[in-house]
Ligand binder design. Structure first.
Ligand code: GLC
Length: 575
């Protein structure tokens, strides 16, 4: 990897930040966040070090699924502003060094979309075939994604006189994406937003999107990616594919990674929570050890939480129960029999050591980090909001009434704020900006170190033996350099003895290239200057020579963590 590759394949080392315009900042004080408000907060995001915004759906919508029920693909919901405001946001974000990606939700439309309205009211409409209809419910009905809300994936529409298919809510009819006319329309949606200056899409519900009666149609995904690439040199697609690793591989594109550019790593995410519940790093280590190797242009999106439930559907029933018991003891904190509707800090009882350990892990795991708004200040959820809405409370900017999100009356806010210990009075950006030891400053420092460590985005993962079940020790090795990280899942300290000799030989990953590039002998051979280690997160850290046997001892506190950069002799890296 050349340093200049990091600009071409920008997503490999991007810091993503997902927000919903509706809950970010309300500039006109009508209770609903808006694009103008977001424009005013781009400096906060730039200061945090974010390099790519992912905007949740902001399109016209009846809002029965938080905007994932779209009634017009080419517009902006008037409550947030208009297309001109959107363009201003994109342009200003670019000026601040940030790209923008938007949600592409084309597995389904809202039942209020003009296509569905025309389809249901007239069998002869050209839009009838944009959806899938049956006279009878087919015998082999797949499960609905919201099994506690919907009986199945077929619902009868009185007006249409037939059953229509919906993988999600019955107000979200599935588009017949196997039809060319539908694909042509989807292409226009993609072309439209790219033309407005965005750099890609978070693609919703991908396995459903390409699902046909004959199985998954990867040719369609390939065609979409090809189209994105033709319309935009830098365009990418970050897909939502919550499947086991061996099934995810196909969604990157079996041959040369020519389908989804990135996928969220749901497998490691779920294993992370099992590890947290057990205070044992092994479930996460086991997951990471089976992570498929990706083609050069592909990437994992690492995340701690997102706008949905924390889904635990890939764990076994017993494992899921363990996580439920540890982090969602109340039935009201669970949803769909598979997930948790909480944010991380309340799940960890607000313990800053443990919360920080988790984010340190996310930023040091090979891949690109994806933050959910509010994570940078340790926001909690509002348990009185039912379902997934609990984690979608307004961003907390100040300790004022309305949390600095809006001056509208509490009853007029688009969503209630977090309460009690998690209320804006206690958790807000404004205060944390001025506290050197705040979560905000901490996350900002992680972002800074991540951005200065392109090996995390480009390198190969090596799991190291930490000697303790509760300590995950891993290294990322690339031609840029080598980073070693250790994370303690237990509340008590551990003494960790790391054997780094495997990382120093010329054959370890691309590591040899570093020595060559620096004109120095690779490895730790007799006579060569010893490699040095730098503790990156420590405040005042001096590079320390690595012992001749390449062993390094670390005294790790409870929930402690370290990032160590390995500096080879002659290396020119700035530390
Ligand atoms: C995705 C979204 C979720 C939405 C669903 C249906 O899973 O993340 O919020 O409800 O798709 O669009």
């Amino acid at each position: 990897m050349r340093v200049t590759d990091t600009s071409d394949l920008w997503w490999k080392t991007a810091v993503f930040y997902n927000l919903d315009v509706e809950t970010y900042l309300d500039w006109n004080d009508d209770g609903v966040g808006d694009l103008e408000g977001l424009a005013h907060r781009l400096d906060h995001l730039a200061e945090l070090g974010v390099t790519c915004l992912w905007l949740a759906p902001f399109y016209p919508s009846p809002q029965r699924d938080n905007g994932y029920d779209i009634s017009d693909y080419f517009g902006v919901d008037p409550r947030y502003g208009h297309l001109g405001d959107f363009v201003e946001v994109v342009r200003t974000a670019k000026d601040r060094g940030m790209r923008v990606i938007v949600d592409l939700v084309v597995n389904h439309t809202s039942d209020q979309h003009p296509w569905f309205r025309a389809a249901r009211s007239d069998r002869d409409s050209r839009y009838r075939d944009f959806y899938t209809w049956r006279d009878e419910v087919p015998a082999d009905q797949p499960a609905n994604m919201f099994p506690d809300v919907e009986d199945g994936v077929w619902s009868f529409d009185d007006e249409a006189g037939q059953y229509f298919r919906h993988s999600f809510y019955s107000h979200q009819p599935d588009l017949a994406t196997d039809r060319q006319e539908v694909r042509d329309e989807i292409a226009k949606v993609i072309g439209f937003w790219l033309q407005l200056g965005i750099d890609g899409f978070r693609v919703d519900a991908v396995p459903h999107l390409i699902d046909t009666d004959d199985g998954a149609e990867h040719g369609f995904l390939q065609a979409l990616r090809g189209y994105v690439a033709r319309r935009s040199g830098s365009g990418m697609m970050l897909g939502e594919v919550n499947l086991p690793y061996d099934e995810m591989v196909a969604f990157f594109g079996e041959d040369d990674g020519d389908e989804l550019t990135m996928q969220f790593d749901f497998v490691a995410n779920q294993a992370l929570y099992l590890s947290l519940a057990r205070q044992d790093a092994r479930p996460l280590a086991a997951a990471l050890s089976t992570r498929p190797t990706l083609a050069r242009g592909n990437q994992w999106g690492n995340f701690v939480r997102n706008h949905d439930e924390l889904t635990l559907d890939q764990l076994s029933d017993d494992e899921r129960d363990e996580v439920f018991e540890a982090f969602a003891p109340l039935e009201s904190q669970r949803i769909h029999g598979r997930g948790i509707v909480r944010r991380l800090p309340p799940m960890l009882d607000g313990d800053p050591r443990r919360i920080r350990m988790v984010y340190s892990l996310m930023f040091s795991t090979p891949g690109a980090p994806v933050l959910f708004y509010g994570e940078e200040i340790g926001m909690g959820e509002n348990p009185s909001v039912s379902g997934r809405g609990a984690v979608r409370t307004p961003m907390q900017w100040t300790d004022e009434a309305g949390g600095g999100f809006s001056r509208a009356e509490a009853d007029d806010l688009v969503a209630p704020l977090a309460v009690e210990g998690w209320a804006p009075e206690h958790v807000n950006v404004s205060r944390q900006r001025h506290e050197p030891d705040s979560m905000l400053r901490f996350v900002q420092s992680l972002v800074r170190h991540y951005r200065a460590s392109p090996e995390i985005g480009w390198g190969e993962l090596t799991l190291l033996d930490s000697g303790h079940d509760c300590v995950l020790a891993h290294a990322v090795v690339s031609s840029t350099g080598t980073l070693v990280a250790v994370h303690n899942f237990a509340p008590d300290g551990r003494s960790v003895d790391l054997d780094l000799s495997g990382l120093l030989g010329p054959d370890a990953g691309e590591a040899g290239a570093v020595g060559e590039a620096a004109g120095a002998a690779a490895g730790h051979a007799a006579g060569a200057a010893a490699p040095r280690l730098v503790d990156l997160l420590a405040e005042r850290s001096v590079p320390e020579a690595l012992a001749g046997d390449a062993h390094h001892r670390i005294e790790l506190e409870g929930y402690g963590f370290r990032w160590l950069r390995v500096l080879r002799a002659g290396e020119k890296r700035l530390v």
